[in-house]
Design a protein around this ligand. Structure first.
Ligand SMILES: C[S@@+](CC[C@H](N)C(=O)[O-])C[C@H]1O[C@@H](n2cnc3c(N)ncnc32)[C@H](O)[C@@H]1O
Ligand code: SF4
Ligand code: SF4
Length: 421
């Protein structure tokens, strides 16, 4: 029987936590939780999981991540399985090993996101391995060659903005936008501190009655002060002058948010009243089968229990209820997931729980209804570098089951009523 869901789920599959690089900003290799999941699952274990989430409408999206996902020992066969089940796949990779698998991937419409953090010297310094940039660029050329032969693979680039590359972001954009790139993302550095993690631990104890597992601390200690924030803001501004492609800054921090984000100031006031949708729609499956619905919140293991039983169990719901009851954790303002859901799902099944999530009507920019629920894009939806109009098609965020656009006023009225309820 097909399971009808009110939203499209996006799974993050951390196929392995092993990596062939050792990047200085990578939180997985700082004070991360990867150490808790050292073992990789077998292909058979992944196949059992795929079976359990295959008959779902809309079909879930699978984000293949890691560590370095291409180091998973049976990657070729695993990828084959994702295609057999018809999942929409995105691979996030450092790009070094891509040539080994490109012939196979190029036969599909998979999105390949390659991490590239600057021009040659800068990239290789951040990634701590000389020759990485050259290898990645060769693989990008191979992707373009497949595209010229008719392949539907899409190439995205993700660049983490750091003190190490802030001076050459525009130069990098000018260089890389000559390639056939679907979208280019300039990502803000995610980072926590021992102090913030301690505070998070207190909040977890109070709200969830358990310790916070820690994480989000990069191995390299960056000097981040007001001067850096100003420099970064100016560099982002400059990107607008050279940008000729579809590029985003993610999270799309507002001018008044960027300083607080970087200097850990008044984090609770950032987008107050809003909570992240990850615990509802973005399960992470770790390399050993552990499932989490928020950083470090392990709620079960798919090798011992069915995924859906885990996703609806007490541990999963405790976190959802805590978010609805107390609002976001202070740490959420430093977590990209908080900004990822630039939309609010208000499906019937979640309305009572999610009542507090609803934006004020004047913050609502776009509303779509589907047979399974209502989708609201709020004022914080992604912005491109050049303007405030989202160029990611709205359909990216909506399930295949979206049928018709309802009259906006009717829905706003409906939601105003519900807010008061
Ligand atoms: C953790 S990596 C895993 C996939 C693969 N190994 C790679 O590098 O693309 C996923 C993405 O997170 C980015 N990343 C790593 N550390 C980050 C941080 N502290 N803040 C923001 N993004 C980060 C990487 O550059 C990459 O684009
Ligand atoms: S960012 Fe990716 S390539 Fe770099 S250390 Fe982390 S997992 Fe490995
Ligand atoms: S934003 Fe907050 S609730 Fe969401 S995944 Fe991050 S830490 Fe968890």
């Amino acid at each position: 029987m097909v399971l009808e869901l009110p939203f499209e789920m996006e799974f993050i599959l951390s196929l392995t936590y092993r990596c062939n690089l050792n990047c200085s900003m990578c939180t997985q290799y700082g004070d991360g939780f990867k150490q808790n999941a050292p073992q990789d699952m077998t292909l058979e274990q992944w196949e059992n999981f795929f079976e359990s989430v295959s008959d779902v409408n809309p079909k879930p999206k699978m984000l293949l991540m890691g560590g370095e996902p291409l180091l998973y020992k049976d990657f070729e066969r695993l990828f084959e399985l994702t295609q057999k089940h018809g999942f929409n796949v995105q691979i996030v990779t450092n790009g070094v090993l891509l040539d080994k698998y490109l012939a196979q991937i190029a036969k599909t419409d998979t999105t390949i996101t390659i991490s590239l953090d600057g021009l040659e010297h800068t990239h290789d310094t951040i990634r701590n391995k000389p020759g990485t940039f050259k290898k990645v660029m060769q693989n990008i050329d191979k992707i373009e060659a497949y595209q010229k032969q008719g392949s539907k693979i899409k190439l995205c680039i993700n660049c983490v903005m750091l003190p190490d590359n802030v001076d050459e972001l525009s130069e990098f954009l000018e260089f890389i936008q000559k390639k056939n790139i679907h979208t280019l993302t300039f990502q803000h550095l995610q980072f926590s501190s021992q102090e913030l993690n301690k505070h998070t631990n207190t909040q977890w104890q109070q709200r969830l009655n358990k310790p916070y597992a820690g994480g989000l601390i990069p191995p390299k200690q960056y000097k981040i002060d007001k001067q850096y924030v100003n420099k970064l803001a100016a560099a982002i501004e400059k990107l607008k002058d050279v940008c000729k492609t579809t590029a985003y800054v993610f999270p799309a921090l507002e001018d008044e948010e960027i300083e607080n984000y970087y200097l850990d100031k008044d984090l609770d006031t950032i987008r107050a009243g809003r909570i992240c949708t990850t615990p509802w729609v973005n399960p992470t499956i770790h390399s050993n089968g552990d499932v989490s619905n928020c950083i470090g919140n392990i709620i079960g293991n798919i090798n011992r229990e069915d995924f859906w039983a885990i996703w609806n169990n007490e541990k999963a719901n405790n976190l959802r209820h805590a978010l609805c009851k107390y609002g976001k954790f202070t740490l959420c303002a430093k977590c990209c997931n908080f900004y990822k859901g630039n939309f609010i799902y208000a499906p019937n099944t979640l309305l009572t729980v999610n009542n507090k999530l609803l934006s004020l009507p004047d913050e609502i920019n776009y509303i779509k209804s589907s047979k399974n629920g209502v989708f609201i894009l709020d004022k914080y939806r992604d912005k491109t570098i050049n303007n405030a109009t989202p160029v990611i098609p709205l359909e990216t965020f909506t399930p295949a089951s979206v049928q018709k656009l309802k009259n906006t006023e009717t829905i706003i009225a409906m939601f105003s009523e519900l807010k008061g309820a």
